[in-house]
Design a protein around this ligand. Structure first.
Ligand code: FDM
Ligand code: MG
Length: 231
C-alpha cells in the first residue's frame, strides 16, 4: 500500500470530522473565572459550581491560579510563604508566566467543549501587584495581553467591614487588612461588561443559585462564539 493511501481518511472518518464541526461535538466550553479578595469564598463557590455543572451534564474542569504544582508555581509558593524574596516586577512576571504555561491547556479544553471554572486569573495579578508602592497599574496589565478572555468573571464582592468580621487571614504574604483594601480598590478598576459583581456577604446557597443561573446561560451562549483575548 502506498503512503498517501494510508493517510487518506476513510469515508467514515471524513464524515465524522465534517459532522463534528457542524454539531454540538465541537461547540466550545465557557471560560468562567472567580475573582475577589482573600476569604471572599471563591474556592467554595468554584467547587460547588463544578459539581453542579457536571450534574447538569456539562463537561467541566477546575483550575486554580497560582498553580503551585509546576516549577514556576513552586517559586510562587515559596514567595507567598515568605521563604523567598523577589523584586515586585519579577514576581509579577512569574505569576503571569504561571498562567501562560497553562494557556494551551486552557485553549484546547475550551475548543474541545470543556467548560473551565478558574479560581483567580490575570485580574488577581494586576489587583495584587498594583497594590504595591511604585507598581504602575497599566504596566501590571501588560504581561496578560493575549491570554484567553473569560466569558464571565464572578467577582465576590465583600466590603471591608464584612471582611474584617470574617477575619481568619492566614500568614501568607498579602494577607493583611490594609493590603486587601488596596487590592479591592484595584479589582474595582478592572470591572468591565464581562464581570458580574456579586454580594459575597450573603448565605452561600443563595449566592450559589445566582452564580449557577448565570453560569448556565453563559455556557449556552458561548457555544458558537470565538474565544476572546485580553484585554
Ligand atoms: N496572586 C494570585 C497574585 O499576586 N497574582 C496572581 O496572578 C494570582 C493568580 O497570590 F494573595 C496572589 C493572590 C493571593 C495569593 O492566592 C495566593 P490564593 O488564592 O489565596 O491561594
Ligand atoms: Mg489566600
Amino acid at each position: 500500500m502506498r503512503d498517501e493511501e494510508l493517510e487518506r481518511p476513510s469515508v467514515h472518518e471524513y464524515w465524522f470530522v465534517k459532522l463534528s464541526k457542524m454539531t454540538s461535538l465541537t461547540k466550545r466550553g465557557a471560560l468562567i473565572v472567580f475573582e475577589g479578595c482573600d476569604r471572599s469564598g471563591k474556592t467554595t463557590q468554584c467547587k460547588k459550581l463544578v459539581e453542579n455543572l457536571r450534574n447538569k451534564g456539562i463537561t467541566t474542569e477546575f483550575l486554580c491560579f497560582p498553580d503551585r504544582s509546576t516549577a514556576i508555581g513552586k517559586v510562587i509558593d515559596s514567595y507567598l510563604k515568605k521563604e523567598e524574596e523577589l523584586p515586585d516586577r519579577t514576581i509579577h512576571l512569574t505569576f503571569a508566566a504561571n498562567i501562560w504555561e497553562n494557556e494551551q491547556k486552557i485553549k484546547s479544553a475550551l475548543q474541545n467543549g470543556v467548560t473551565l471554572v478558574i479560581d483567580r486569573y490575570a485580574y488577581s495579578n494586576v489587583a495584587y501587584s498594583a497594590a504595591k508602592e511604585a507598581m504602575d497599574f497599566k504596566w501590571c496589565t501588560l504581561p496578560a495581553t493575549g491570554l484567553p478572555k473569560p466569558d464571565v468573571v464572578f467577582f465576590l464582592d465583600m466590603n471591608m467591614e464584612a471582611m474584617e468580621k470574617r477575619g481568619g487571614f492566614g500568614s501568607e504574604r498579602y494577607e493583611t487588612t490594609n493590603f486587601q483594601r488596596s487590592v479591592y480598590n484595584n479589582f474595582k478598576k478592572l470591572i468591565d461588561k464581562s464581570w458580574k459583581v456579586l454580594n459575597a456577604d450573603q448565605k452561600k446557597d443563595v449566592l450559589h443559585e445566582e452564580i449557577l443561573t448565570n453560569a448556565l446561560s453563559i455556557t449556552e451562549n458561548v457555544k458558537n462564539s470565538e474565544i476572546g483575548y485580553l484585554w
